[in-house]
Design a protein around this ligand. Structure first.
Ligand SMILES: Cc1ncc(COP(=O)(O)O)c(C=O)c1O
Length: 394
């Protein structure tokens, strides 16, 4: 059966620009691509721990059998949510099936008609999709630009409103680590602005969980903002090496989300085994306020990457970052694809990030760093990249 013409046209356009997305099997190349920052996804002691958790709780069940509001709220849910809330120093945690679900559920349900959402222009697609489902008006601020954010806060906090919209709320949303740039906002300053203009701050910690802080607690806790932010989104498919996400918030907001977040209500809950893997990852990470060896190792790897880059000519093309994500801007889809291919031929998996995922002219190679990476591999991939870029210029 033929694809409808309009759809075929869109596929053809992607073919022409070389941006058609295709699924590929994972390979054995040196991994500068996955979000498995701490190597947890392949950690066999975590697999064993998850099995032990299932056994200890006498769970012999494959699927959750229904939504959490129906038959799916199996007994690991309260155990895991209490553990997550304790680890993140939050009043409560509410688990969603993925970070995507958590973000669309939050933004679809929390901001109401007449409310205003101010979001960083580089915010993740899952938040953007949530914004399109919301009845609130949303406005972007220039990436990490506090002056612009304050201008918008002043504008919307002082806006004349009809009587029936006098209870307007303002939400500000940002990420601890931006997924396509690796950089971090001045969260303390953003929280201060939110306090000044009575706005609610929502922080997506997807790439900070397991990465930032001595034991991977995330940026919000590292800055002592856990009691100030309105909500945090933590995800488990990245450094935690498993799947799912949680919204960290107070009891009242949790109750509201259970009642109104559609991506929470209308979906089958996570299977017990996934919950066991999340619990195993958190139990491992929880070194009780003492540095976690894998987190320290990852932070050392990040320092090695930054130091190795310092002596190279290509360093000026990298976006400044102290996270596990480092990007070099190489304008043009075909150029960035070629460089990624060349690195692949030499055994390195470094993914090209193409437009339209990033704006045209901002195409890039994205390096994701991991705790077990060697200095030798980092130096080797960077010097290869420098030689390829230099070759392609001369
Ligand atoms: C910043 C950010 N938020 C949310 C998500 C979605 O998380 P998940 O992969 O669990 O759906 C991602 C994943 O790509 C992300 O990078």
């Amino acid at each position: 059966m033929k694809l409808p013409k309009k759809l075929q046209k869109k596929i053809d356009a992607r073919m022409v620009t070389g941006t058609l997305r295709v699924l590929k099997e994972t390979d054995d190349l040196v991994d500068f691509s996955s979000n498995d920052y701490l190597g947890f996804s392949k950690n066999t002691s975590l697999l064993d721990k998850a099995s032990e958790i299932l056994k200890k709780n006498n769970i012999q069940q494959q699927g959750a059998t229904g939504s959490r509001l129906l038959s799916g709220n199996h007994k690991l849910y309260p155990i895991v949510e209490t553990t997550i809330a304790g680890f993140h120093e939050s009043e409560t945690a509410l688990i969603f099936n993925s970070g995507y679900d958590a973000n669309i559920g939050f933004f679809q349900s929390v901001p109401q008609r007449g409310d205003v959402i101010l979001y960083d222009e580089y915010i993740h697609a899952s938040i953007r999709d949530g914004l399109t489902m919301s009845h609130a008006k949303s406005y972007k601020f220039i990436h990490n630009n506090l002056g612009h954010l304050e201008k918008l806060l002043i504008k919307y906090a002082n806006e004349e409103r009809p009587q029936d919209q006098s209870e307007q709320e303002i939400y500000v949303v940002t990420e601890s680590v931006f997924s396509m740039d690796g950089d971090t906002p001045d969260l303390l300053a953003i929280q201060r602005l939110c306090d000044t203009y009575s706005a609610h701050l929502v922080v997506d910690e997807a790439h900070a969980t397991g990465v930032i802080g001595d034991y991977g607690q995330g940026l919000v806790q590292q800055l002592g903002l856990e009691n100030s932010v309105f909500a945090r989104i933590v995800t488990f498919g990245k450094a935690m090496g498993t799947h799912g996400a949680a919204i960290l918030c107070n009891e009242k907001l949790r109750e509201y989300l259970i009642n109104f977040a559609r991506s929470f209500i209308y979906t089958t809950a996570l299977p017990p085994h996934t919950l066991a893997t999340i619990l195993a990852a958190y139990l491992n990470l929880d070194t009780k306020d003492v540095s976690h060896p894998a987190v320290v190792q990852l932070q050392d790897t990040i320092k090695i990457f930054i130091k190795s880059l310092a002596s190279l000519k290509i360093k000026d093309h990298f976006i400044s970052s102290s996270s596990a994500i480092h990007c070099i801007i190489i304008p043009g889809n075909s150029r960035v694809i070629t460089l990624s291919r060349k690195l692949k031929q030499h055994g390195y998996n470094v993914k090209p990030i193409l437009s339209p995922t990033v704006p045209e002219g901002q195409e890039r190679l994205r390096f994701c760093l991991h705790s077990e990476m060697t200095e030798e591999k980092i130096k080797s991939v960077l010097s290869l990249l420098e030689s390829f870029i230099y070759e392609s210029i001369t």
